[in-house]
Design a protein around this ligand. Structure first.
Ligand code: GLY
Length: 369
């Protein structure tokens, strides 16, 4: 085994059967198949991946010469994240006589993981899924924690389930083929983790952002481990997002509205970057900011070349309407995750998500065009 490989255990006290290991290393994709075969010798493996991963050679590296039934999502990305793709995966598995002894393996970014995880959650009432994330966003966030789902023709993640992975394998070497814009945008989830939970990690990102952007592999291993440690601790406490897990949505309330209003021309991470600035403006408008956190967050996001202002073509009214239809809205108005300080999320009266008046939100929106 590669000397640098590290393992982290995710413990979900409320769901005993859902404890799992996250294994992190570099350039060990070819070994992962051996680990999977050793851990699930009696399961029939079925792979879900996408056309980009196949083109980049990662499927071949994973499998070597072995032939395994595979569904290749094509085109890759959000347009395929639809219930029709899940139906196609399940019917392909049925045609190959897969049963309850199946093991689905998701090799790819967030979209592949979400689709494959949801197929696993509902195929024959649930089969295990192993996540092998290959993008900065999926290695930091979506492969851990069990959120799975696909879009309907009307809204994002309309079909979904919490379905914890049976294992997660993170090979940071796979990031070498990721294009620069996607790579940088995915790092916004690392900035998010640092901002909500770990001031030292934030300082580490500030100090090492150039090396991280140059894909220094030991830096990438370090941030993968730190992201997973933070996320696993939050998810372990609140796996089904009753309360504390909402802190992982920091920057996402406005971020999702911006992402939808841009018709997905802005990437998720780019939209969340704007959402973090919006959250900071709200904290300032409420009189809670007595430090330089907003400047530090903005400066780090700028070093990642993320937008920190809403593009002029996105109408304020469109954003307000999208905020009203946010899936976590209560009484047609969303809750916001706010910081108490850099590295600490605000919790008031036991609640981690906060009601902010429409006047304040509108005023803050105007400041970030
Ligand atoms: N991406 C936020 C969560 O997993 O809860």
């Amino acid at each position: 085994m590669n000397q640098s490989i590290q393992t982290l255990d995710v413990k979900i006290p409320a769901l005993d059967e859902s404890n799992y290991a996250i294994t992190i290393g570099r350039d060990f994709l070819a070994d992962i198949w051996t680990y999977i075969r050793a851990q699930w010798p009696k399961c029939m493996p079925f792979i879900v991946t996408d056309a980009e991963l196949v083109k980049a050679g990662h499927l071949k590296t994973l499998l070597g010469s072995e032939k395994v039934p595979t569904y290749v999502i094509d085109p890759p990305g959000e347009t395929s994240k639809h219930i029709r793709t899940v139906v196609a995966i399940i019917e392909t598995m049925e045609k190959h006589f897969f049963g309850r002894d199946s093991l689905i393996i998701a090799l790819g970014g967030g979209t592949v993981g979400d689709i494959a995880g949801f197929a696993a959650a509902i195929f024959k009432r649930g089969v295990p899924v192993v996540q092998i994330p290959t993008t900065t966003v999926s290695q930091a966030d979506s492969s851990v924690g069990g959120k799975t789902g696909v879009d309907s023709s009307i809204s994002k993640n309309a079909f979904g389930a919490f379905w914890q992975p049976a294992a997660v394998y993170i090979d940071v070497g796979t990031l070498s083929t990721l294009d620069d814009r996607q790579f940088r945008a995915g790092l916004v989830e690392s900035v998010k983790h640092a901002a909500i939970a770990d001031a030292d990690y934030f300082a580490f990102l500030e100090q090492n952002i150039d090396a991280i952007c140059q894909k220094d592999m030991s830096m990438l291993e370090h941030i993968a481990l730190t992201n997973c440690r933070i996320k696993a601790s939050v998810v372990g406490e609140d796996p089904t997002e009753k309360n504390k897990r909402r802190i992982l949505n920091y920057g996402h309330t406005m971020g999702h509205a911006v992402e939808s209003a841009s018709e997905f021309k802005l990437l998720h991470g780019e939209s969340v970057a704007i959402g973090m600035i919006a959250a900071g403006k709200i904290e300032a408008a409420l009189g809670w900011v007595r430090d330089d956190r907003l400047e530090r967050i903005e400066s780090l996001l700028e070093k990642l070349r993320m937008p920190t202002r809403i593009p002029a073509e996105l109408q304020k009214n469109t954003l307000l309407e999208l905020l009203r239809t946010d899936k976590k809205a209560i009484g047609r108005w969303p809750r916001f995750i706010l910081l108490e300080s850099l590295g600490t999320t605000l919790c008031q009266d036991g609640q981690w998500a906060h009601k902010v008046s429409q006047d304040i939100v509108e005023q803050c929106l105007e400041q970030i065009y």
